[in-house]
Write a protein that binds this ligand. Structure first.
Ligand code: SAM
Length: 246
């Protein structure tokens, strides 16, 4: 990559290496996961338990912890994922039981939000996997939306990053909430031995500039990079909560 930017439609997401990504990022609970879970749990504790009829996870991939967290507030979670490999993994987790490596994540989610049900399988029972492009969702459908490490990891083009974030905010009804996490300053990234994926470097200032015109009650924070995770060339993570104006 380099020269002309790689756009979302240029990428074969079906070949995205789910098992390598899981092995490198989510087989154990890293300090940055704990920090994102703490940030998102504070957001979910402010929402009425079960108060949302329908919520969405944008680009769910194989990461189960955002789905666990949303289970406290939502009676139905649509996990939107473009990759056949990601969809197959999610469906296996929901239909055959989650990998045991997710249990420590759920224990932390539940400690930080006791509104969650006793078991991981109960929390995930409200998740519906939807194999589609998140850009095709009907605007205004959801009560709240969550997105983790997607808009900045699916394109190299900042305008497309911005448009994707616009679709994300637009997916919720007026007055609906959004919560998100972004890799900070991540260039193109590698998964496994060889595969190369697009990155769009963003930081707290750029995320604020993109979301400020679209939202109110915008809160943007950041955390430092986690040396226990693969070095994607990032400098940490940017975390956000906001509300779509009425
Ligand atoms: C870097 S991964 C992040 C996965 C996950 N959200 C996480 O927290 O680890 C980006 C994900 O977005 C998915 N994706 C890429 N383009 C998409 C699109 N247009 N609509 C929905 N999902 C998309 C990819 O297949 C991949 O699963």
């Amino acid at each position: 990559m380099g020269g002309t930017p790689t756009y979302n439609d240029d990428v074969d997401w079906d070949s995205w290496p789910v098992q390598d990504y899981l092995a490198e990022n989510y087989r154990e609970l890293h300090p940055s996961d704990a920090a994102v879970i703490a940030h998102h749990s504070a957001f979910y504790r402010r929402l009425e338990p079960g108060g949302a009829a329908r919520s969405v996870e944008f680009g769910a991939g194989p990461n189960l912890y955002p789905l666990m967290l949303a289970g406290a507030a939502s009676r139905r979670i649509d996990a939107i994922e473009a990759s056949a490999a990601g969809v197959a993994y999610l469906n296996r987790q929901l239909n055959e039981g989650a990998d045991p490596s997710w249990e420590p994540f759920y224990a932390l989610c539940r400690t930080l939000n006791p509104q969650l049900p006793p078991t991981l399988s109960q929390a995930l029972s409200v998740v519906h996997v939807v194999h589609t492009d998140a850009r095709s969702l009907i605007p205004g459908t959801y009560d709240f939306a969550s997105m983790n490490f997607v808009a900045e990891g699916i394109t190299e083009d900042f305008s497309e990053f911005k448009q994707f974030c616009g679709r994300f905010v637009g997916s919720v009804r007026p007055g609906g909430h959004v919560v998100a996490a972004f890799m900070e300053n991540m260039p193109t990234y590698r998964i496994g031995a060889a595969s190369l994926w697009p990155g769009c470097p963003v930081n707290r200032r750029l995320v604020t500039e993109v979301f400020a015109p679209l939202t109110e009650r915008l809160a943007v924070t950041r955390i430092d990079s986690d040396s226990s995770l693969p070095d994607y060339g990032d400098s940490g993570m940017v975390l956000l909560t906001a509300v779509r104006p009425e």
